[in-house]
Each structure stands twice: as C-alpha cells, then as structure tokens.
Design a protein. Structure first.
Length: 280
C-alpha cells in the first residue's frame, strides 16, 4: 500500500468515526437496509432473501424494542434505551400516564409503550452486490407475524441459515386496506426454496460470513436530549451552533430569523412515513 492509499484509508476511517457511523454517505447506509414495503402503484410482488447464520450459533432474530411515535407529523421508530439499563424518557411518560389511574390516560399511554421487533441479517438476492442487509419486523401477539411464518420452516426443513444446505425464502407481498381505509403492505406468505449454497463464489461467501456490521450500525439510536424533547411533545431540531438537539419552542423563541436559517437544520434521518419501516 502506497502513501496515498494509507492516508486515504486513515482519512476515510476517521471521517466515518467523526460522523458517528460506519458509512461514508446516507445512500451507502440505506443499502444495508432491507424493506418489504411495496412501491406506490404496485399491488403485489415477491422478494427473495437468505437469512445469514450467526457466528455463535444463536438465533439470528435479535429482539429489540422501539417506540412508535409521531415526530413533527411523521411516524418514527425510536430505540428504547431501557433495554440497555439506561434512562428512557418515553417510558417515563408511559408510566406516569398509567399511574394516574384515569382511563383516558391509560389509553394515551399506549402511544408511549415500547414494542418488540425482530432484526435479522439477510442477503437480498435481487441486490447481492449490496452485501448483508438488516430486516426489521414487528412481533405479532396474534401469532400471525413474520416470525410465525418462518419458524415452521425451521421446524420442518432444518437450519435454513446453513451456508451449504440452507434455503432462500421467497416473500409474497401484497397491498391490503385497514379498517380505516389506509393501504399498507403485508407479507401473505413465506415459501422456502430448495436447498442451495449461500454462494458458490468463495470470495463473496467469505465477505458475507465475516461481515462485521451489526443492526445498530444501520438502525439509529437517538440521544437523551432528542428523546426528552419528543417526550415533552415537541419537535427536535439540530442546533449546529451548540451541537445539540433543541426543541421547536426554543426555535420559536429566537428573535433573529436569519440566525435560525443559519444554525438550525432538519435531522436528515427524520423521513419516515407511517407505513414504511425506515432505519431511523
């Protein structure tokens, strides 16, 4: 490796470290995210994936809790820090509403309850050049969710993550309407394909198996100040002057509009619709 390549490698490594993630751009990060949401205008589609094995033989389905809440009119999934033994502002609101004993508060508390999701590392067969991706889907208490469709395949067909004799999964997606008339994507079936190697290309196989990315590299964790602002019912904005999150009410209190445009910017990760599971 020459001097230029060495400096370039160091520069890119430190640049990514400074930005708080392992990706040089948002586009690069999005490539590590597998979605089952159908494009607008498409009513049905199939997608094929391969679930990657874990290095220690544990379940590939990682259980993670997120709060589903609207921020500035957009639905977001916010990681619940309680699962790390840390303070959770949204859980504090949830508990305080339950503690009043008032029925209307109990109903309101549901908006702040953390919900269980599963995250699994997969290969998107239609985009293998993107490498391993992460797929997040919700736990279903009615035993009719994604994991409920995949578990019987493990039970009847064996280890579908095996790199030699595992199986790809074909997901059948379709659009249905909720009781309110809103359309959303559902996975109607998951079909196992015939046994096959994960890859016949040894170099590609090794890169997939040795890939060091974990789900938290893709799905963001918001800071305490961000969660505090959301828990107070306000919209967080990033203040480039102080390098921290501030609330929408603080912005409104600013007298100098020019100062707002110079120092306040939208969070580039706040672009999630209610029917999309984006990694933010």
């Amino acid at each position: 490796m020459g001097i230029f390549e060495s400096v370039q490698e160091q520069y890119e490594r430190n640049k990514k470290a400074a930005s708080g993630n392992k990706f040089a751009s948002q586009d690069e990060r999005m490539k590590k995210y597998f979605t089952t949401v159908l494009p607008k205008g498409v009513t049905d589609q199939t997608r094929r994936i391969r679930i990657l094995p874990t290095k220690d033989g544990s379940s590939p389905f990682v259980e993670v809790y997120f709060h589903e809440i609207q921020v500035d009119g957009k639905w977001m999934k916010l990681y619940d820090p309680k699962q790390e033994g840390k303070r959770s502002p949204l859980n504090e609101v949830y508990q305080s509403l339950l503690d009043t004993g008032i029925e209307s508060d109990k109903e309101l508390a549901k908006n702040y309850r953390a919900r269980k999701y599963y995250i699994v590392k997969v290969i998107d067969r239609e985009h293998e050049d993107d490498g391993p991706k992460f797929w997040r889907f919700k736990h279903n208490s009615k035993s009719d969710g994604v994991l409920d469709k995949i578990f019987p395949i493990f039970k009847s067909r064996g280890d579908i993550t095996d790199i030699i004799n595992g199986r790809d999964l074909t997901l059948s997606l379709s659009i249905i309407k909720s009781g309110s008339g809103k359309e959303y994507t559902t996975i109607s079936s998951i079909i196992p394909e015939d046994p096959s190697p994960l890859s016949t290309n040894e170099e590609r196989l090794k890169s997939w198996i040795d890939d060091s990315l974990v789900w938290s590299d893709v799905y963001s964790k918001k800071s305490d100040d961000y969660l505090d602002i959301v828990a107070n019912g306000e919209t967080p904005k990033w203040d480039q002057n102080t390098n921290k999150w501030i609330s929408s009410s603080q912005i409104e209190a600013m007298d100098d509009v020019a100062q707002q445009s110079e120092y306040i910017s939208e969070d580039p990760q706040e672009e999630e619709d209610s029917d999309e599971d984006l990694p933010f």
